[in-house]
Design a protein around this ligand. Sequence first.
Ligand SMILES: Cc1cc2nc3c(=O)[nH]c(=O)nc-3n(C[C@H](O)[C@H](O)[C@H](O)COP(=O)(O)OP(=O)(O)OC[C@H]3O[C@@H](n4cnc5c(N)ncnc54)[C@H](O)[C@@H]3O)c2cc1C
Ligand code: SF4
Length: 501
Amino acid sequence: MSRLVTTDGREVRARHSIETDVVIVGSGPAGATVARSLSLAGARVIVLEEGNEARPEDFAASGVRAMASLYRDMGTSIAFGNVSMPYLQGRVVGGTSVVNGAISWQLPKAILDDWAAADPALADALPYDTVAAAEARIEERLHVHATKERIAGPKNLLLARGAEALGVAHRPIRRNVRGCIGEGRCLQGCPHGNKLSMDLTFLPDAVAHGARIFGGMRVDRVMTEKDRAVGVSGITAGGAPFEVRARRAVVLAASAIQTPCILRRSGLTHGPVGDGLSAHPGVSITGRFDESVKSWRGATQGHEVTGYRGEGLKLEALGFDVSILASRVPGVGRDFARRLAELDHYAVWGAALRAEGRGRVRPGPSRPIVSYSLTKQDVLKARRAVRVLGDVMLAAGATEVYPGVPGFDPVVTTRARMAAFEESGSLAASDYAMSMTHMFGTAKMGSDRGTSVVRPDFRHHVVDRLYVADSSVFPGNLGVNPQIAIMALADVCAARITRVD
Ligand SMILES: Cc1cc2nc3c(=O)[nH]c(=O)nc-3n(C[C@H](O)[C@H](O)[C@H](O)COP(=O)(O)OP(=O)(O)OC[C@H]3O[C@@H](n4cnc5c(N)ncnc54)[C@H](O)[C@@H]3O)c2cc1C
Ligand code: SF4
């Protein structure tokens, strides 16, 4: 029985046409926030989502199986550049919030100040007090609070121990969960419905106020008439063409990768659409502890080291199920078999980099063509990240850590050797296994039509009644986990749409 979806595109096999006030493409944090705010304000809203509805009881424990059912391209999306970097996105009703780590950070004021310094119009468009007030409301609804020690589990408590031993600032992660029992399956979807993702919060709120959610509906194009957006068209999962006409607004909230593709497919190539992709690439390392860690248990991501944020690094404990964890331990043959037998002794911690690197997104025949390259400075940062991750692990009591960077010791047991990594570790970008989960900046907001895609009020520079509400509009990356900031700016976007009427 469906909870949210009124129309399941898998069952729509004949041409479908419908009208509404506002059509929103994408049901992740950005789309769900706009849907909720506008339906509370009385608008007739339809949300179109390419993925299907998934229920907590259907979520698989295996990371590999979860990738296959809940992630875009089964988790195989890759950006190509001076390093081939997987990027991960959800494709499901609720978007990536269904499979994310629940880490909740507010948009740092310093970032808003930087944006405003580069384009003073953004100071009026995104006043700090307005953004902070939206974040406070969002955090209350999503029950954001610091991870409690009793559900943290060893992988998180060991990170705290290591940071404490080194005198580096650290804290329990603030997460959007209620009744979390530390089952460690956030990245596969919480099987108990304890993570307050969009499918369990903002989307039901929107539906309670009349919004309709359509799953299995892939939007291909924005329809325009005389420089005005009048709706969207696409194809249902059942293979039928559809059109949704919107009287008041078309809102793109399909993510920083998919939104610029929809714009370009629609012939809306004005401005740097698809250019300027920025991100927080992540590196991770594995370590072995004598004590049992059971890395798959405890809050999936429950502790973070904030003391290196000034350098653009944020360290987090990671929680993978055994199917993914097994791919993180080194060795071959008997050595690998021995390590597999003691898999409960391994922890994986990661660092997100506030990188300078930039990339580009273009629509491809079957999936977006994404390029992204790290700068020399970013590679130095990646090398530093591996060193500090190893340092914190050894300080926490790891007997071995595995930097996983070619040309350096595969197994490190002392902090002195970890320090040597920062001197002699590789400076080739391709030697660092990295991935991206936070993407920004492919349809930038700005006052200059030549260098931005949408205006400071989220409206497209050329096409009226067309809005972009996701992190495509962010002028750059944040250095912190973005979901709350995305929701806050989407809330401001919804207020602008309401004001236009
Ligand atoms: C594994 C993982 C862990 C993460 N952990 C955290 C975390 O702990 N904290 C945090 O702050 N952030 C985290 N993030 C990032 C965060 O989840 C995303 O930044 C956020 O969800 C982006 O919101 P969005 O609404 O822009 O896009 P999404 O959440 O990606 O939603 C976009 C939706 O649009 C749909 N869509 C795309 N194209 C179309 C189309 N053509 N037609 C119809 N529908 C379409 C997609 O299927 C998707 O459901 C994580 C990301 C990943 C991948
Ligand atoms: S840690 Fe486990 S119980 Fe807690 S929200 Fe994540 S999956 Fe659910």
